[in-house]
Design a binder for this molecule. Structure first.
Ligand SMILES: Cc1ncc(COP(=O)(O)O)c(C=O)c1O
Length: 508
């Protein structure tokens, strides 16, 4: 409890010792949509907002999100120290800019960018607010390059398209809509929840600005086969002369695969991969607000997209959608690279994979679920009820909420939207103890759900016995037909899931 001296407007001279909870402000309704007319003491303002925020979910128990929810206190301190720096003022904060460049080069090397080899060369890339901004920038670069080429050939350049799987995250749909690019999606089928490279290449035409592959599908964490895509596309390019490139959306997988699957070829080792995005705030282990986009070479980033400004000091090249932003996230990313190194990241990811494995085994043992995530992929467990009753996944998600866990249930994209899955993302701060606790809560919730469903479907018809018309004895007759409920499949009890088109809602 915060004890403070509070001076109310009416008590101008007199100081009253009080707790903030006993202050008159705590008794008044909160101003919500209109700025209050009067000033209030800072500790009271703090307490009011702090208290209301307690009603948010607990980020550590939010298993819906890939986004980092824990960092070391030393890093928290550094972030706090750099919060007041506007990163865009490169001339005033040259060290922050330098830290970004160091990160870009480290990531470029991690992804085998040919522009950086050993100790030489410079990687081409930039820090963004997250993978969404990075994807907008990558998409714009592809669009511009394609348009320039088409103009040079005297061909129409007004109908660009991108080929992706229907499992792409909503940011791809946003890119397509905001920047007038058609999204050609490869449909998913039951049992195959990622883009089929054969079908993707079939969709490629002369207006395709790139094929986007995902390293770590948002829906089930699975890696798409970028190597096969590269080989098939190379063959098509040779036949048609189109030269269609690949972008890899490695939002989650970019900081997983290099550490634990070093031989998996998905990055710039494949010649058609021209750009890669990765979220620093996912397995890059930084709090929300940082992503990265890396291009294969300078030639893959058209000059006309880079702006040069000089009103903050010297000439500064910028290629981002927004202008001002805090330097903290970039500082934090550099802290993690410096502090953990390759060895540390490998260790963290291996732990997550091990915990995901334990969770997966525990769920399999319960016998109620089909696991729809893969062994090789993002450390997450996606699972569906074997039972066709769609509402069960939502009911389980709701039941877990009572224990504080946030485990999302969602329907798959168009064509397989009848499949509902639950997903647990295993992050660094989701330790073994918590895995065991979650499993026991799932078990408990299942027992309760089964109980509820039975109660709802069990009906007993009670009739007076034929040979006991006077009903004096109080005996009951239960017709045999009313006991057949056990043989029936459970009916959908409630919850209509509306699928309104577009991407799955509520998962990030
Ligand atoms: C595959 C994929 N791409 C892009 C995004 C968007 O990333 P961000 O939240 O960093 O903008 C996500 C988010 O979960 C994702 O899973």
């Amino acid at each position: 409890m915060v004890l403070s001296t509070i001076q109310t407007p009416e008590e101008t001279e007199e100081h009253v010792i009080s707790s903030v909870f006993a202050s008159r402000y705590a008794h008044e309704p909160l101003p919500r949509y209109k700025m209050p007319r009067k000033t209030i003491p800072k500790d009271v303002a703090y307490q009011i907002i702090h208290d209301e925020l307690m009603l948010d979910g607990n980020p550590r128990l939010n298993l819906a999100s890939f986004v980092t929810t824990w960092m070391e206190p030393e890093c928290d301190k550094l972030m706090h120290e750099s919060m007041s720096k506007n990163y865009v003022d490169m001339d005033e904060y040259p060290v922050s800019t330098e830290l970004q460049n160091r990160c870009v080069n480290m990531i470029g090397r991690l992804f085998h960018a040919p522009s950086v080899k050993g100790d030489h060369g410079v990687a081409v890339g930039v820090a963004t607010v997250g993978s969404s901004e990075a994807i907008m920038l990558a998409g714009l670069a592809f669009k511009k390059k394609w348009q320039n080429k088409r103009k040079g050939q005297g061909k129409p350049f007004d109908r660009p398209n991108i080929v992706t799987g229907a499992n792409v995250q909503v940011c791809w749909e946003k890119f397509a809509r905001y920047f007038d690019v058609e999204l050609k999606e490869v449909k998913l089928t039951e049992g195959c929840y990622v883009m089929d490279p054969v079908k993707a290449v079939e969709l490629v035409d002369e207006n395709t600005i790139c094929v986007a592959a995902i390293l770590g599908s948002t829906l089930n964490g699975e890696f798409e086969d970028v190597k096969l895509l590269n080989d098939l596309l190379a063959r098509k390019n040779k036949k048609t002369g189109w030269n269609t490139p690949i972008h890899v959306d490695a939002a989650s997988g970019g900081f997983v695969a290099p550490f634990v699957y070093p031989d998996l070829k998905w990055d710039f080792r494949l010649p058609l991969v021209k750009s890669i995005n990765v979220s620093g705030h996912k397995y890059g282990l930084v709090y929300a607000g940082v992503g990265w986009i890396i291009w294969r070479s300078k030639a893959d980033l058209p000059d006309e997209l880079v702006f040069h400004i000089n009103y903050l000091g010297t000439d500064q090249p910028t290629f981002t959608l927004n202008f001002s932003k805090g330097a903290s996230q970039i500082v934090a990313q550099y802290y993690q690279f410096l502090r953990l190194g390759f060895e540390g990241y490998k260790h963290v990811i291996e732990n997550c994979i091990e915990n995901a494995r334990t969770l997966r085994k525990g769920l399999e043992k319960m016998g109620r679920f089909d696991i729809v995530s893969k062994e090789q992929g993002i450390p997450l467990v996606a699972f569906a009820f074997k039972d066709e009753n769609k509402s069960l996944a939502f009911d389980l998600s709701k039941a877990l909420r009572h224990h504080g866990w946030i485990v999302p249930a969602y329907t798959m994209p168009a064509d397989i939207e009848y499949i509902t899955i639950l997903r647990v993302v295993v992050r660094e701060d989701f330790g073994r103890q918590m895995v065991d606790k979650l499993l026991s809560h799932i078990k408990q919730a299942l027992a309760e759900l089964t109980d509820t469903v039975s109660k709802l479907t069990f009906t007993v018809e009670v009739k007076q016995s034929e040979d006991d018309q006077d009903a004096e004895s109080g005996s009951m007759h239960i017709p045999e037909t009313s006991l057949h409920w056990k043989k029936d499949k459970h009916k959908v009890v409630h919850k209509e899931v509306k699928v309104t088109g577009g991407k799955t809602k509520g998962v990030c």
